[in-house]
Structure formats: C-alpha cells, structure tokens
Design a protein around this ligand. Sequence first.
Ligand code: AHR
Length: 530
Amino acid sequence: MKNLKKRIQLMVLMVAVAGSALVTAQNARIKIDTDRVIGEVDKLIYGNFVEHLGRCVYGGVYEPGSPLSDEDGFRKDVLQAAKDMNVTITRYPGGNFVSNYHWLDGVGPVDERIPRMELAWARLETNEFGTNEFMKYARKMNTEPYFAVNMGTGTIEEAQRWVEYCNVKEGPYFAELRKKHGFPEPHQIKYWSLGNEMDGFWQMGHLNAEDYVKKAREAAKLMRLTSPEIKLIAAGSSNYRPDANPDAWNRTILTELRDVVDYIALHIYVGNPDNNYYNFLSTPLVCEERTKIVKGMIGEVMQNAHRPGRDPIYIAWDEYNVWYRARTDELMSGTRALEEHYNLEDALVIAGFLNVFIRNADIVKMANMAQLVNVIAPIFTNEKGMFKQTIYYPLQLFSGNAYGTSLDIFVDCETYDTDEFFIGLGEQTTRQQEVPYLDVSAVYNNGELVVNVVNRHRDKAIKADIICQTGKFTGSFEVFEVNGPDIKATNDFDREDVKTVQKDPVKSKGSIITYTFPAHSFTMLKGTVE
Ligand code: AHR
C-alpha cells in the first residue's frame, strides 16, 4: 500500500515535469489569416534619397573622369547596385541642403554654373550636378523622381518656376529654358515636397508652424496651378528633441494644409550610442508609435477636409535610417560627412522599420531610406570600387519581394522590456514594454505569401509554427536570411560578412510551417497559399 502511494506520487511528479518541459519548449506562433487585411503595400515605401551632402552626389552617384563612370559621369558600379536594390522612388536634392539651394544655379551649360557656399553641410557646391543630371540618373536607375522645393531661403515663385521648368511642355519662359537646355520633353515630376524639416532650428530659413503653413499653402497653390497632377508632401515633424513639440507641429500642419497636401513627411533616425543591443532593436517600434499618433490626427482633420476626388492624406517617412556615429560637428561637415559604417544590428533595425511600414500599409504610402550612397547609405565607394553595407540586404529583399496586401497577423512569442533610453543622439527618451522577440509582417498577393521575421534575440534561435488560418500552404517555401557571425559584424571593400543567403526551402505541412529563426537574424519566407 505504502509502495503504491509512492509510485502514484512519482507518476504525478513525472507528468508534471513532462508538462512543464512541454510548456517551456512550446513553439512561438505566427497566425496568418488572408482575410485580415490592413491595406495595399505601396511600392513607394521602397524609396531612397540623394542629397548634395558629403560624397553622396560627387564621388558617389557622379564622378566624371573616373574609369568606373559612364559617358554621363555616373558611377556604373553604384548605378548597378542601386538598380539591384530596386529603388522605387528617389528624393532629391535635400534634405537640409535644399533650404539653401536655388535650382537655377544647377541648370544650363555646366561651365557657366557658379559655385556657392553650401551652408547646411559646410561644403563648396559646384552645381555641376543639378536637375537635368539627376533626371538622367533617375531614368537610368528606373526610379520615380521626388523633388523637394526650397521653403527656407527660397520663394514661392522660385518653387513655381521649378515646376514650370520640369513639368510644362512648352510656351512659358522656364519650359522653353528646359528645351533650350536640351530636354524637349517635360520631366513630369509628380511628387514635390514643400520644404524639408521646417520644424528644425537647424534649417536654413526655419519657420514656426504658423509661418510655414502660410508659405507652404501659397507655394502649393502656385505649383498646382502650374501642374495640376502633382502630389504635394508637407514637412511634418523631424524635431524630437526634449524641448520640441512635434505633435503640436503636426497638428497645425495637418489642420492648415488638409485641403492642399497629399502626404505628411515624417523623419526618424535612431542609434545605439549606449551600446545596448536590446534597446536599439526596439527603436522601429518608436516609428510605429509615431505613425499611429499621426494617423489619428489625420483621421481627425479629414473629417472637415475639402478634398473633392482626392485620396486622404498619407504618411511619407521620407527619411529614416540608423545614424549616430557620424554625428559630431566634424563628421557632419565637408566632403566626408555622415559616413556611417553599418553592422548587423543596424541591418536588423532596418528590417524592423520595413516591417513597421508594412504593418501600417493603410497609412504609410511612401518611405525613403536616407541616403543612397556614402552618406548614411547602403552603398559605399572609394575611387577604386564600392561595397554593399549590411543595411543594403534587408531593403533589397523587401523591395524585390514584398508587394501586395499587408496582413494583420497574430504573433505569440516571448517578449522583453527595455530600460528608459535615448532613441538617438539629441532625441527624446523612450521605454518599450513587451517587445516581441519575433518582429513580423506578412504580405499576400494572389496566392503568394511573403512572411518577414526579425528574430531580435541576440543568443537564442526561436522555433515558430506559422499557422495558416485561411486555406493551406502549398509546396515548399523559399527562405532568405540576412545574418552574420555576430551582431557587430560589418562589410567592407574586401569582405562581406553580412549578406543575404538563400537557405534550404522549408516544406509546409498543410496549414503549418515550422521554422527555427536563428538568433539575431532577418528571415524572409516566400511561398503559396491555396
Ligand atoms: O539625411 C541627412 C539629413 O538629415 C537631411 O539633410 C536632413 O533632412 C535630416 O536632418
């Protein structure tokens, strides 16, 4: 009897131990339901940015006389890398630069163009490269051009004349001037932003919100009367310093320009100055919070907007990236400005940003990584060649594959909390609660499914069941992974430690795919659902 009691106690204990082992070993779950639609992913979220800053234009995009350049002076290696990244839209010519740029300086015979002091980044601007050079480049790159007008030191008339130069076929003076400069057909620039970061005290000709909206509204009127089909982007918040009030800025901009603009531009730069991996990996969630706040404001102002036949206002994250190392006065001026050397953790943050844009596809309809080459950029050159930085690879994977409908997916996995930390240099602080180790987005397109997963865990692979709630997975899923030997791994001219690797395909079992996401990785799974 005594023995029997002991045996029963032992059995109960064994069941309990087995049970707890099962609980701790439970797979994470990612549930996919193709009926739960967020919105159409706009291809313009895979944009980039070319600014007259450091070696982005001169020595990056454009290096006449170099054996690596083509007949127009464009670096062929850079152009190829840009084309391979499938850049859907490219913003030009700034950035802070544009607020002291007069576009007429950059057109006409090159030997007659005059050099200017460039005050935003302390350079000499030779003006060898301007509107028409950029447009030639954009055509070669197969990218949609997106111009920013000077709302700082420029006038509304100057903005109108630039639209006339670019978009009016013939007749008025500036349209004829373009023809005289060798471009008989208009460039047809559809996207125009009304200035850059006008909320920033650092901006040449910075304005307060009230003055900005007055100027932007009148500029918009003249520009649209010149070219009615254009889309206009208002300069939303970029100043998130502790003493700034970005919400007040955005509210004024949206209220006063709600009948006029098509997008509000937001900017975000994040960093890891304290070398805290987990804090840093959560920073894209700050972008998501800000997106939701501005989406709420848009919803509010739209109720009283008069926009016959036009879409609602959307968000353009027209500058985003990791930027914190090249932030000293010295590293922010001259011809070698903003040359960040990226590592694996930066690439994972970029994948996180792209997941945010997809998860908010109903409102985020444009995004531009800042910038294309050399300046906080995925492509890096010297006079002998180039290499692809770590951040190149996630962007390339997304822009090559993630098109269709963004799905509202359910993720169940372990989470972590961050400390209070600075999002980037000079920025406000944040504290993120319950950050999921698996950061996920999914896109569905006529039976094809793309699932994007960042495993934020530094040390642990995470096994997950991807469960199809509607229909079944069919066949195998292709697997692409961006990873590297450790989180600080970088690429350089002579090595590529972080890149995309195609792994063995994973077989689906009816409505479940079980996959183990390696520590500190980004994985894209691509297959079909029926
Ligand atoms: O992309 C670098 C700079 O960051 C841009 O010129 C400016 O708009 C922002 O502050």
